[in-house]
Ligand binder design. Sequence first.
Ligand SMILES: Nc1ncnc2c1ncn2[C@@H]1O[C@H](COP(=O)(O)OP(=O)(O)OP(=O)(O)O)[C@@H](O)[C@H]1O
Length: 348
Amino acid sequence: MTAPGAGLRVEDVVVLYRDDDGTTKAAVDGLTLAVAPGEVVALLGPSGSGKSSLLRAVAGLEPVARGRVTWDGTDLAGVPVHRRGMGLMFQDGQLFPHRDVARNVAFGLQMQRVPRAERARRVAELLDLVGLAGFGDRDVASLSGGERQRVALARSLAPRPRLLLLDEPLSALDRALRERLADDVRAALTATGTTALFVTHDHDEAFAVADRIAVMDAGHLLQVDPPAVLWHRPSSRRVAEFLGYEAFVAAGSPVGRALTGEAGAPAPDALLAVGPGSLHRVPDGVAATVRGAGFRRGVVELVVDVEGVGRVTVVEPSGDPAAALPAVGTQVTVRADPHRVAVVGGYG
Ligand SMILES: Nc1ncnc2c1ncn2[C@@H]1O[C@H](COP(=O)(O)OP(=O)(O)OP(=O)(O)O)[C@@H](O)[C@H]1O
């Protein structure tokens, strides 16, 4: 059981920037968030929503104009960056080019004056953890982008920071690599019990790494919840739209009832969000017109206009390689899978 106030607390924090014309603008606008010891929280939001500003304020790199940042209940105001016991990792791992992999990873341990033998042990342990066992002697210039970020992760974990701050650490990598590394980052953070705040604008990454996801928009926190709760119970239409839900329908309306069927319908006043994968074609359902069809990574995506609902993407397995895609204008009928619609605003 964790003591109340343990770990990181961000209380009503405001971060201001001064524009060229002298006016001030709040990049973070009265935000409150807690990260418990051992927890990984992703800050997810569109570009410019204030994620990096919040991270930098926690690190002590940006002044806090209002509110406070505490660790285990102690106010960090006035505590300089290097005394906060936090690790930082950025998009470009910023490795030291003149040090080999092992000496990069050992950097923080040298700063802490950890004895040589123990340092070597810890470096080997970390390289193993990030999947780079045996890479110690390699010149960092010879590494791939993904390997560099693995080294950067090992380096930031080596001194056992009480909080690791990661700012878009995978953004420079291509998608396939990002997906794999997101799982590996999660595994490394979990294995070391590291408390972490992970900034990303990539939904899949946030869902892959985090115990809880904090959705930010325009300097505000819209919702913070575990991934499954966020996905199935977005707190507002805004959050649901940001997650990729495409259309909204009142559960109790005629079309809402027709879509979900009697058994699947939640409270009649609930607002349902439907998106890619929520609907499937059935012989008798709600009328819809095909507006587009495409083949993507083993599935067929049909963009359909559903009567009384709007434009939604139907995702179907593509079983038969010889089957033609439905033509634009084809009339179909659809129904919702009750487990694949979200209930907006805490109903259900
Ligand atoms: N040094 C600065 N001076 C002035 N304005 C800034 C400064 N840094 C950030 N901003 C502004 O503050 C707002 C939030 O920026 P921030 O970088 O925190 O957002 P973000 O969510 O991390 O975005 P991104 O994903 O694009 O990095 C933006 O409108 C940005 O233009």
